[in-house]
Design a protein around this ligand. Structure first.
Ligand code: ADP
Length: 487
């Protein structure tokens, strides 16, 4: 099966969140299942710079008259992974040649022409399904998140008259980010008028890329079974729950996995001290090194709570701030790496200043540092308001840092709370609380301290978590079966 994966980011070239990790890992996992996979990406500077041996494949015109060149080349290999992944990249400097964040300017404002930048991505996919590259034609297009969500609509238009039918899969990585634009931009999209309707991509008088994906994809997936159910409710449906309920027969949740070539404490190239479930001395060394690196008291006995996250309300950062006293009064430490909402950034900076040896805050995005944090951390905090899948709790599990999470979305699917029963049957892997409220969160923090004092139980829970594979083979098998059923 010739499968085209379409996304705006891909690890290791360009990453702003979990989408890039998945876009980077899924192609090789699908190749291992026998799929012939290529990816399509916008030509952001970091992506063009990383494309190896690029050759020109062809050119297509956009509805607003700009020419987009399609280049083909190899992506850089992910460490210890000898499989090559090939990519098509859209070369359109007027659209993509901007430094920094791919979606917004230096003032954190979305680019005014984002609808054009990502409409080009959708049309690029449709062209690659219909002969732009004479040597390879996609039999199915799998697009990810709103940036790539126009692909199913472009294919549907093409399917309606201009060529053979090419099915599409659309994966929601986060329903809250929808790509909604003013209706006057509809003309730029190059889609027929009927697409701007309630059955198409019209969303409360505006145009929604997310809704285009949901309306026109042959099948919709999202990144955990629980989130697939949650988004069909008014509470978590972001105004699209009715549409999603209507498409329930074509909607499924496939849990994300973890790329073992990138996230494995026994081989991780970012770590000075390697460790595994049988030999945890490296973990203790990483913790001491991490404490020293960020200026916390080097103390093996102080449980180290960590956050690696976008700093937003969605990620539960207000809870982390409100529960800080609970951690400090019991002799724990907190380390936060992230950026996002200015107010949250300032609040964490203030706390670090007020408690220099107990709280550390690093503002920014730092991939290598994130690895060192999981390796040195005791507890990974992910108290999200909602969470489609969440990757950091899985990284925490693999690196022997017990996740403390809210029972929502993929967090509910990947972490088992510690209680007498789960301790006894050895299924416990972390701490799970229910209400998005400081009280419930605080109780989970206290449970973490209680377990930390029972060191042999703590070690057993940690081992259970570290043994979970979260390997891509089973997720890739689900996707492959889905593709087969649609082609
Ligand atoms: P989301 O995609 O909603 O931000 P996920 O948990 O799915 O959340 O994925 C987040 C990814 O981004 C993880 O790989 C995490 O390690 C990484 N990440 C988040 N913030 C930072 C940061 N400040 N520095 C380095 N990596 C980060």
């Amino acid at each position: 099966m010739r499968i085209l994966q379409v996304s705006a980011e891909i690890f290791p070239l360009l990453k702003t969140g979990g989408l890039a990790d998945i876009a980077g890992a899924l192609p090789t996992a699908l190749q291992a299942q026998g799929c012939d996979v290529r990816v399509l990406l916008p030509g952001f500077p970091a992506i063009l710079a990383g494309l190896k041996e690029p050759v020109r494949v062809g050119v297509f015109g956009t509805p607003w008259g700009e020419a987009v060149e399609v280049r083909y080349g190899a992506l850089p290999a992910i460490s210890q992974n000898d499989q090559t992944v090939y990519a098509y990249v859209l070369v359109a400097p007027g659209l993509y040649d901007r430094p920094g964040n791919p979606y917004e300017d230096a003032n954190k404002h979305p680019y005014a022409d984002n609808h054009r930048r990502f409409a080009a991505l959708g049309w690029g996919a449709a062209h690659l399904a219909h002969g732009l590259d004479p040597h390879w034609r996609a039999e199915l297009v799998h697009s990810h998140d709103w940036h790539a969500a126009l692909a199913p609509a472009c294919l549907a238009v093409w399917n309606a008259g201009m060529g053979p039918r090419v099915p599409s899969v659309y994966t929601i990585h986060n329903l809250a980010y929808q790509g909604v634009f003013w209706p006057q931009h509809f003309g730029d999209l190059g889609l027929p008028g009927h697409v701007f309707s309630v059955q198409g991509m019209e969303y409360f008088g505006q145009i929604s890329f997310m809704k285009a994906g949901l309306s026109y994809a042959s099948h919709i997936t999202t990144v955990s079974p629980t989130y697939a159910r949650e988004i069909q409710t008014p509470e978590q449906g972001c105004g699209l729950d009715g549409l999603l309920r209507g498409r329930a027969q074509s909607l499924s949740g496939i849990l994300n996995a973890v790329d073992d070539h990138v996230w494995n404490p026994a081989t991780d190239s970012q770590l000075e001290h390697h460790f595994d479930v049988r030999n945890m001395t490296g973990k203790a060394r990483n913790k001491a090194a991490l404490q020293a690196e960020v200026g916390l008291t080097v103390d093996a006995e102080a449980p180290l709570f960590t956050v690696v996250s976008r700093l937003t309300e969605q990620k539960g950062m207000p809870l982390v701030l409100s529960g800080l006293a609970e951690i400090l009064s019991r002799g724990g430490q907190l380390l936060v790496l992230g950026n996002g909402d200015t107010q949250l950034e300032q609040a964490f900076a203030l706390q670090a200043k007020a408690h220099p040896k107990k709280v550390a805050f690093r503002m920014g995005y730092d991939e290598a540092f994130a690895h060192r944090i999981f390796a040195g951390s005791d507890v990974t905090l992910v108290p999200s308001r909602f969470e489609p899948c969440g990757l950091t709790q899985m990284y925490g599990l693999k690196y022997g840092s017990l996740p403390l999470v809210r029972r929502v979305g993929g967090l509910a699917d990947t972490v088992t709370d510690t209680d007498l029963e789960t301790l006894d049957d050895q299924s416990a892997t972390g701490f799970v609380f229910d209400d998005f409220h400081a009280d419930d969160y605080g109780r989970a923090i206290r449970r973490a301290f209680a377990l930390y004092r029972r060191r042999s139980d703590w070690n057993r829970v940690r081992q259970t978590g570290m043994r979970i594979a979260f390997d891509w083979a089973s997720a890739a098998q689900h996707y492959t079966n889905l593709y087969k059923s649609l082609i």
